[in-house]
Design a protein around this ligand. Structure first.
Ligand code: A2P
Length: 277
């Protein structure tokens, strides 16, 4: 124990973080052997827009911070921050991060950025969230953001994963949203009826199988949901998945006549790469 720590304990001074930008873990949930989510204290000064990401990490063995971009999965009004992560066995950060426990500290640089924000889209009627794997994270934030329901009549969230277990975080979140009293107070009594959840798997049997891109090309997704195909007048989209997926969805959306927007020039869709180790 260091001299400082002894002094702190004797005088009941709260523990001073030993890391720069340190935040404390308040909850950890393991969803599969490859996926986990965790919550941390929120820096008092941190303001962000739902859908943005920050750099988080741990101190590396060389004494330098090891940071990666992580979408904030909690909404902008939440008093804590939530993150959803993959566990890569030999990943420099996630091989260590997957072992964090309540009370541990992580480094969090309070500089939020990103394109998956409402400001980057023009007004529309139906909002599509297209995710693969941990690309669900920014949508976990936006699905709990009042503006999502103020701005749109309908919100379609598609999530494509290899296996059924990988859908659990998203499925549970949507179930929790339906029963969340605070959200109903914040947004309105029936807001959750605007959510259309469309999960699909590609490598394990489930009620809906196939890549969302193929289901769009065949028209199956629109038939299943009983809605018209995507068009630039009414539909807006946010995309977050692996690189190949993002490129394919981009091409499809452009084919429907949607154009890519940015913070500085809002248009009909926006894309961000899901961040992995
Ligand atoms: P598939 O199993 O057919 O590769 P990953 O874990 O590799 O990031 O993939 C997550 C999910 O995204 C998987 O279900 C995978 O399907 C799907 N996927 C990967 N590439 C594409 C793509 N180009 N278009 C649509 N879905 C994709």
């Amino acid at each position: 124990m260091t001299e400082t720590a002894v002094t702190e304990q004797q005088t009941n001074v709260p523990k001073v973080p030993t890391l720069p930008n340190a935040e404390t873990i308040t909850d950890v949930k393991h969803w599969t052997d490859r996926l986990f989510s965790f919550r941390v204290t929120r820096p008092a000064s941190l303001r962000f827009r739902s859908g943005e990401f920050v750099m988080i990490g741990l101190m590396g063995d060389n004494g330098k911070p090891l940071l990666r971009a992580y979408s904030i999965a909690s909404p902008s009004w939440d008093e804590e921050l939530e993150f959803y992560s993959i566990k890569v066995p030999d990943g420099p950060l996630t091989s260590k991060l997957q072992h964090i426990q309540v009370g541990d500290q992580i480094i969090l640089r309070p500089k939020p950025v990103g394109t998956l924000v409402h400001d980057a889209l023009l007004p529309g009627k139906r909002l599509w969230f297209f995710a693969t794997g941990t690309g669900f994270a920014p949508f976990a934030s936006l699905l709990r953001e009042p503006q999502t329901y103020e701005d749109y009549d309908e919100v379609v969230i598609t999530h494509t994963c290899r296996e059924v277990g990988e859908l659990a975080y998203g499925a549970q979140l949507i179930e929790d949203i339906k029963n969340d009293e605070l959200l109903h107070e914040l947004i309105g009594p029936d807001f959750h009826k605007k959510i259309r959840y469309y999960p699909t798997t590609t490598r394990e049997e489930s009620p809906k199988m196939g890549r969302i891109t193929d289901l769009m090309r065949s028209g199956e997704v629109f038939a299943d949901l009983g809605i018209d195909p995507i068009n630039p007048e009414s539909d807006r989209a946010m995309v977050c998945g692996n690189l190949a997926f993002n490129l394919e969805i981009k091409e499809l959306l452009e084919g429907y006549g949607l154009e890519e927007g940015a913070n500085s020039a809002p248009k009909q869709y926006v894309v961000e790469k899901a961040f992995v180790d």
